[in-house]
Design a protein around this ligand. Structure first.
Ligand code: CP
Length: 308
């Protein structure tokens, strides 16, 4: 069962993860059929606080809230009083007083969501904090795997690319390992640390070996904006040595799922024929993101009756 906030998958039990995935299956029907949308959230107010750019996470949370009868606002950080020096905690306290029940925040600082959560009455949902966690992305990834492959036990999941900057890799590792998947993190040695093994995963720079017989091949965007020094000479060399093309994909299982959280740097981590190929579920992941975020809002609302 969820508590007041959703900050990461590190502290979520396998049972709670499955509860979210099960609820998301029901929620998905409401995306295609507006007649099924309802007032589950009883006009609760929801605010998106995105201190970093977003297309998928912010929009899908805002739609998820609207589909369940919430009142949804975007703080618009770029035009807010954050730019006059107002602190994160003061911003949160002001929003609390306006009756905001859900604060959905993305922030460049690791731990920012936890800081906000400790200081406000509202439920805080982490939409990505620094290089720490992106729990709702991992949950939508897990939902997609569950939907296609029926479970996690013994599945071989390979997560490839810029591991060291990836909150998506960390959240997926926490969640997938808890549910029994065999997770391998693979990438150039300059973008991966052996210490990641402490998450219960394998770590390698052997890309071909990593994807051999994989059930899921998940690529990650190279996060140029987080790198102080270029960890490889140029993107052409990166795509030659570490990019996945249809030739390399043949080493995975025939029906392996090709996944990516987006946005994709086409031709860098995945070739275009892989992004658009028959194994790709990248666009399905985006749709599932709305369903999973609806499920999270519903379960948090139910777990916090004092919010009503
Ligand atoms: N996957 C993801 O977090 O995408 P956005 O940055 O567009 O939200």
């Amino acid at each position: 069962m969820l508590g007041k906030d959703l900050l990461g998958l590190r502290d979520l039990s396998g049972e709670t993860i499955m509860e979210i995935l099960t609820a998301a299956r029901e929620m998905k029907k409401k995306i295609d059929d507006p007649g099924l949308r309802d007032n589950t959230l009883n006009k609760s107010s929801i605010i998106a606080m995105f201190y970093e750019n977003s297309t998928r996470t912010k929009t899908s949370f805002m739609l998820a809230g609207a589909y369940l009868g919430g009142i949804v606002q975007d703080l618009g950080v770029a035009t807010s009083s954050v730019n006059k020096g107002e602190s994160l905690i003061d911003t949160g306290l002001n929003l609390d007083k306006m009756g905001v029940k859900f604060m959905i925040m993305r922030h460049q600082m690791t731990g920012a969501s936890a800081v906000l959560a400790r200081n406000v009455k509202a439920c805080v949902i982490n939409a990505g904090d620094g290089t720490n966690e992106h729990p709702t992305q991992a949950l939508l990834d897990m939902y997609t795997i569950y939907d296609y492959l029926g479970g996690f036990k013994g599945l071989k999941v390979v997560i490839l690319g810029d591991i060291s900057h990836s909150r998506v890799a960390r959240s997926n590792a926490f969640g997938l390992v808890k549910l029994g998947a065999e997770v391998t993190l693979a990438g150039p040695s300059t973008l991966i640390s052996g210490s990641m093994k402490s998450l219960g995963v394998k770590v390698t720079s052997d890309i071909k070996g990593a994807i051999a017989d994989a059930d899921v091949v998940m690529g990650l965007r190279v996060q140029f904006e987080r790198q102080k020094n270029m960890p490889f000479p140029n993107t052409r060399e990166y795509s030659t040595l570490y990019g996945i093309n249809s030739g390399l994909l043949q080493y995975a299982k025939k029906d392996a799922l090709v996944m990516h959280p987006g946005p994709v740097n086409r031709g860098v981590e995945f070739s275009t024929d892989v992004v658009d190929g028959k194994n790709s579920v990248i666009n399905i992941q985006v749709k599932n993101g709305v369903a999973v975020r609806m499920a999270i809002l519903k379960l948090l609302y139910e777990a916090n009756p004092d919010l009503n």
